[in-house]
Write a protein that binds this ligand. Structure first.
Ligand code: UDP
Length: 242
């Protein structure tokens, strides 16, 4: 199914609910479709406006979801509001649940080795019917990348999660997705949360749309990302005028 989209900085975000999106992914998995999911926040949107090769890469995705309140704010400013935020972490969790119900297999790629190990242990504990057919940390050279891709091709996972940060994760997916019919999704720092290394904002903060503030407050080093948010908002305002 094609979802209606809302464009912010020329990026077509799917305009739907988490529930409808997850239902669609469940169907895609059952039909063994090849799917590429990008969960885009303002930083990703800004990066795409400045790097045409990355813009072209994410344009190949089947679903680009609005991950971040800044995307929702941008859409509202443009007079075309989006229904709700669809985050990488929530989508990943839903995929694990579907995989657990259907005994699907998963490949986990990304993050530091100890984070990845802890994330795999938590998946095994929380989703006992999920088979982790392979895993590799996110720090590899070209030669190791070939081995990783061969491993993915050999093990034919139903779901491939790439936690490499942008643009690396989307570039990797677009280059390799034709090798296996699966759900391929870039999940950024989600393994850090899954492993328990980083905590997500409490639900109440999420409901109040303050998750971004929680992330800045608990990791002050992320403050260097603030100028990107400001520039993103400036470009959205410019888009509104045009
Ligand atoms: N990462 C990786 N390989 C790299 C660069 C980053 O595996 O070459 C991992 C990093 O360890 C972290 C994630 O990618 O787990 C990026 O997290 P970040 O918080 O920057 O992503 P966000 O959630 O903000 O997109």
């Amino acid at each position: 199914m094609q979802f209606p989209t809302v464009s912010v900085l020329n990026i077509p975000f799917i305009n739907t609910t988490n529930q409808a999106f997850i239902a669609q992914l469940s169907k895609d998995l059952a039909a063994n479709e090849n799917r590429f999911i990008v969960t885009a926040n303002p930083e990703i949107a800004l990066y795409a406006t400045k790097h045409n090769d990355y813009f072209q890469t994410i344009s190949q995705a089947n679903y680009i979801t609005p991950d971040g309140i800044g995307i929702l704010k941008g859409a509202t400013m443009l007079g075309t509001p989006l229904t709700e935020r669809i985050t990488g972490f929530d989508t990943m969790t839903a995929l694990f649940e579907i995989a657990n119900q259907n005994s699907y297999s998963v490949y986990l790629l990304g993050a530091k080795e100890e984070v990845l190990q802890a994330a795999c242990q938590n998946v095994a504990k929380q989703y006992p019917n999920v088979t982790i057919v392979g895993q590799h940390n996110g720090y590899f050279d070209d030669q190791e990348e070939q081995k990783i891709v061969a491993d993915i091709e050999r093990t034919q996972p139903n779901i491939i999660l790439a936690a490499l940060g942008f643009p690396k994760q989307e570039t990797f997916i677009e280059a390799n997705r034709h090798k296996v019919n699966a759900i391929w999704m870039g999940v950024g720092g989600s393994f850090d949360v899954l492993s328990g290394t980083v905590s997500r904002a409490p639900k109440i903060w999420q409901k109040m749309h303050l998750e971004w503030f929680y992330r800045f407050a608990s990791h002050p080093s992320r403050l260097n990302r603030f100028p990107a948010l400001i520039e993103y908002m400036r470009l959205v305002k410019k888009e509104k005028k045009n």
